[in-house]
Ligand binder design. Structure first.
Ligand SMILES: *[C@@H]1O[C@H](CO)[C@@H](O)[C@H](O)[C@H]1NC(C)=O
Ligand SMILES: *[C@@H]1O[C@H](CO)[C@@H](O)[C@H](O)[C@H]1NC(C)=O
Length: 422
C-alpha cells in the first residue's frame, strides 16, 4: 500500500503525467468565410496534449523545446509558413494572434482580414507522426460598381441603338442584372430576324438596345450582386430624342357664348419641349382673366396641354394652335372653335353644360359635352358629327374647315333630342 502511494507521488513530482493517450482533436477545424476587413478566427481544440512526450525530430518549431510537452502550431498550408507556435506568433504579421484557453483550446485570430489572407490554415500538433487538421479561409468582397467603366445617362435618337455598360468588382465576381425603374419590360431585339423579346430583367455587363423607341425612355438600373451584402445598383437615364408630335382629340369645338370652353392637345416630345397656344393669327396666348392654361404630364415624354377660354364671346371664335417646340423641331395642332347656339328652352341647363370635359361628371352632362365638343370627321365631301370623341384623335396636320351648317343643325337636333329625353 505504502509503496504504491510513494510511486504515485514520485510520478507527480518528477515527470509530466503520462496518460498514455495521444493528443487528439476534439472538433474538426471549420471553414471560415468572411467579408474583407472583418476579423476571422480558427479554433483548434486538442485533448491529451499535456501527457505526451514529443520526439525532438517532429517538433513543429524544431526549436529548443523538442523534448517537452507537445505543442500546437498554426501553419498556412499553401505557403508552408509557420504562423504561430503555442501562443507565440512567429510570422511578421501584426494582425495575427493566438489565444489559449480552457487548457485545450487554441484560437488563431486574424484581424481585419485581407484578400491575401485567404487559403488553408492548419492546426498541427507535433506528435510523431504529427497530427493536423485544416480549414479554408475565404475572404469575400461585397460588390462595388466601377464608375469609370459604367455608363452614365445616355441620349439616343429614336430608332438608334443604345449600349448600356455596367461593371462591378468584388469577390466572387459580381453578376449584373438590369431592370427598368418603373418595372416595365426590357425589349431586346436579337439576331438578324430582329425578333423581339420582352423580359422584366436582363443579365450581363452590357445591355444593348436597338431601334430604340420612345417607350424605352426612362431610368434603367444595373444591379450588382455576388452573395455578399450589400447588393449595389446604379441608375442611368436613357433619353430618347425625337421630333415633337401633337395630337388633337377634338379639332372642331362648338360651344355657346357665355360658357367656358376647354381646348386640349396631346404632345409628345423629347428633349422636353416648350409648349404654348396661339390664335390663328399667330398671336401668342398668355394667361389672364380670359385664358387659363395648364399642362399635365402623362408620361416621361408626353403632356396634355389644356387651354380654357372663359366666358366665350364672338371674338373668341376661330382658329387656335397648340405648338410644341424642342431642340429637334416643332409641331402644331389646330383647333377651330365655333359658336353653337343652344335652343332657347335649354338655357336653364347652361350652368351644368359649361363644366369642362371632366370625366367624373354625370352621364347626362357627359353625353352633352361630347355633343358640343365632339369633333367632326371628314368623310368624302360631307362632314358628320362624331359623337364618340374618345377614339377620334386627329393628327398634327389639321384641316382648317369651318363646320358647315349641316353639322351644326345635326348637333342642334341631337341636343334637342337629348334634352327632351331627360
Ligand atoms: C472547406 O473548404 C474546402 C475548400 O473550399 C472544401 O474543399 C471543404 O469541403 C470545406 N470543408 C467543409 C467542412 O466545409
Ligand atoms: C368659368 O371659369 C371661371 C374660373 O374658373 C369661373 O369663375 C366662372 O364661374 C366660370 N364660368 C362659367 C359660366 O362657368
Amino acid at each position: 500500500m505504502l509503496c504504491h502511494r510513494a510511486l504515485v507521488v514520485l510520478f507527480a513530482v518528477n515527470v509530466p503525467i503520462v496518460t498514455g493517450l495521444e493528443p487528439d482533436f476534439v472538433y474538426p477545424l471549420e471553414n471560415v468565410t468572411i467579408p474583407q476587413g472583418r476579423d476571422a478566427t480558427f479554433t483548434c481544440v486538442v485533448n491529451n496534449l499535456g501527457g505526451y512526450r514529443v520526439s525532438p525530430s517532429s517538433s513543429a518549431s524544431g526549436d529548443h523545446s523538442g523534448s517537452g510537452k507537445a505543442r500546437v502550431a498554426w501553419i498556412k498550408a499553401d505557403t508552408k509558413a509557420i504562423l504561430a507556435i503555442h501562443e507565440h506568433v512567429i510570422t511578421n504579421n501584426a494582425r495575427l494572434s493566438v489565444t489559449h484557453s480552457d487548457y485545450n483550446t487554441w484560437t488563431l485570430h486574424i484581424r481585419g482580414a485581407r484578400r491575401e489572407d485567404r487559403g488553408i490554415y492548419m492546426c498541427q500538433v507535433n506528435t510523431d507522426p504529427m497530427k493536423s487538421q485544416s480549414a479554408f479561409l475565404e475572404v469575400v468582397i461585397p460588390p462595388d460598381i466601377i464608375s469609370e467603366e459604367t455608363t452614365n445617362d445616355l441620349m439616343v435618337p429614336e430608332g438608334g441603338a443604345a449600349k448600356l455598360v455596367c461593371k462591378a468588382r468584388g469577390y466572387p465576381k459580381p453578376e449584373i442584372m438590369w431592370r427598368r425603374e418603373d418595372g416595365t419590360e426590357i425589349i431586346s431585339r436579337t439576331g438578324l430576324s430582329g425578333g423581339k423579346t420582352k423580359l422584366p430583367t436582363a443579365e450581363g455587363e452590357t445591355l444593348t438596345l436597338s431601334k430604340v423607341t420612345r417607350g424605352e425612355m426612362g431610368a434603367y438600373l444595373c444591379i450588382a450582386s455576388n452573395g455578399v451584402p450589400p447588393t449595389v445598383s446604379k441608375r442611368m437615364m436613357l433619353h430618347v430624342h425625337f421630333h415633337p408630335m401633337v395630337q388633337v382629340p377634338n379639332q372642331l369645338v362648338g360651344a355657346p357664348t357665355g360658357t367656358n370652353v376647354t381646348l386640349v392637345c396631346h404632345v409628345e416630345a423629347s428633349p422636353k419641349a416648350i409648349n404654348y397656344w396661339t390664335r390663328e393669327s399667330g398671336e401668342m396666348i398668355i394667361t389672364n382673366s380670359k385664358y387659363a392654361m395648364s399642362e399635365m404630364k402623362t408620361s416621361v415624354y408626353s403632356v396634355q396641354m389644356r387651354l380654357v377660354i372663359m366666358n366665350l364671346q364672338k371674338q373668341d371664335l376661330g382658329g387656335y394652335k397648340c405648338i410644341s417646340k424642342n431642340s429637334i423641331g416643332d409641331a402644331e395642332g389646330n383647333i377651330r372653335l365655333y359658336d353653337m347656339e343652344l335652343p332657347e328652352h335649354s338655357k336653364i341647363g347652361n350652368r351644368r353644360l359649361e363644366d369642362d370635359a371632366d370625366e367624373s361628371i354625370g352621364d347626362r352632362d357627359h353625353r352633352l359635352n361630347r355633343v358640343y365638343q365632339g369633333s367632326l370627321r371628314e368623310t368624302g365631301s360631307t362632314l358628320e358629327p362624331a359623337f364618340d370623341a374618345d377614339d377620334n384623335s386627329a393628327s398634327t396636320t389639321s384641316r382648317e374647315n369651318a363646320p358647315p351648317a349641316v353639322g351644326v343643325v345635326l348637333i342642334g337636333i341631337a341636343l334637342n333630342h337629348l334634352l327632351a329625353s331627360t
